[in-house]
Design a protein around this ligand. Structure first.
Ligand code: NCD
Ligand code: ZN
Ligand code: ZN
Ligand code: ZN
Length: 355
């Protein structure tokens, strides 16, 4: 097959870790990993230290992005017990509101009904509310969104029962979208056993039946997002390792491999990784931006050539087909033959357009 040209991928779920976690990743290393993975725009999660939950933290983060980013970065605002109106006021500047309904890494879990109702009541109706919701929490989030006619985006869906509920909710007209991760599509409980702490994340890797259900229901999945969640090896080797795995640099080769295997079409890949996230989050176009891929090149995924600061991958040793040769962002070669070709500050802090 001749060289392929794809649009710049948009990853709607990334943890760049600044401020407060820059030993795991920082804006420059995380956006380098993005470019190396053919991702030209990331949406960054607010579970930092301190978390991004007010105007001041948003302004600080925008400044850090303008100074350090290599690709474009949009920012989520996190929900707390007391910031519903302040968060809503930032709706036009944020990729979305993020609510953590279940326990995961970081300081932002929220399960207080009055606070949840306040957020769903005042958050701008045209902007998405993204939720970390597992199991019953998926039903809770759908109920809240329907009650207040808000747009819901379900992060990292991983289970058969969850995707079945999402299908039913969509069929009954609910305004909701969802994402799945490459690791939930390509790894299962058996890999979690093998990988130990390096295979531990929220939601945890699921059964092969769950994995099959995600593939069988890919038609109701809106986008694929990495949930790039780097932690250091030292943290992963410690007593109670934090959940999360990196994913920016492995997503596209893994998905191109699924295309080569006939499990996915290239057109669908582009919908899932570019068109849908752009539409859901009302993201600006990146003119003169493309990813050049050699669809025939075979190689083995390895921690050795990664740009992420954590320098490991749960996909270590996996054979893939499809190598990223060059990434062009706004007319400029940003990544070529393994090297980053732009300087920190080339990336921009972006906000939604139109709606
Ligand atoms: C994420 C992290 O480390 O920030 N961890 C994870 O296991 N997915 C948090 C999250 O996305 O739930
Ligand atoms: Zn999560
Ligand atoms: Zn995450
Ligand atoms: Zn070319």
């Amino acid at each position: 097959m001749p060289a392929l040209r794809l649009p710049g991928l948009i990853d709607a779920h990334v943890h760049l870790r600044e401020p407060g976690g820059d030993h795991k990743e920082d804006i420059t290393s995380g956006t380098a990993a993005a470019l190396a993975g053919g991702v030209t725009m990331v949406l960054d999660m607010p579970n930092t230290f301190p978390p991004l939950v007010d105007a001041q933290a948003l302004a600080l983060k925008q400044e850090l992005v303008e100074r350090g980013a290599l690709c474009d970065v949009g920012l989520y605002v996190g929900a707390t017990e007391s910031n519903a109106s302040e968060a809503a006021a930032l709706g036009g500047h944020a990729a979305g509101l993020k609510i953590y309904l279940d326990q995961t890494y970081g300081p932002l879990r929220l399960r207080n009904l009055a606070a949840l109702v306040a957020h769903f009541r005042v958050w701008p109706a045209s902007r998405p509310i993204a939720v970390h919701a597992e199991g019953l929490s998926v039903a809770m989030a759908i109920g809240l969104a329907r009650s207040f006619s808000r747009r819901l985006h379900l992060c990292h869906v991983s289970r058969a029962d969850e995707i079945a509920l999402i299908r039913a909710a969509k069929e009954s007209g609910a305004a909701l979208t969802c994402e799945v991760t490459p690791h939930h599509l390509l790894l299962s409980e058996a890999d979690a056993q093998r990988l130990g702490p390096y295979g531990s994340m929220k939601p945890p890797l699921a059964s092969t039946d769950d994995v099959s259900a995600l593939w069988a229901n890919l038609g109701v999945v809106d986008c694929i997002a990495t949930d790039h969640a780097p932690h250091t090896r030292a943290e992963k080797e410690a007593e109670s390792p934090p959940p999360g795995v990196p994913g920016l640099e492995t997503m596209l080769p893994l998905l191109l491999t699924s295309v080569a295997e006939g499990r996915l079409t290239l057109e669908r890949l582009v919908q899932l990784t570019h068109e849908a996230p752009r539409r859901i989050f009302a993201l600006p176009l990146q003119p003169h931006t493309r990813v050049e891929v050699d669809p025939d090149a075979r190689f083995t995924l390895s921690h050795k050539n990664l740009h992420t600061k954590c320098a490991w991958t749960p996909f270590e040793g996996m054979a893939v087909q499809g190598r990223i040769r060059r990434v062009v962002l706004r007319g400029q070669t940003a990544f070529e033959e393994g090297e980053i070709r732009v300087v920190p500050g080339f990336g921009r802090a972006i906000k939604p357009v139109g709606n």
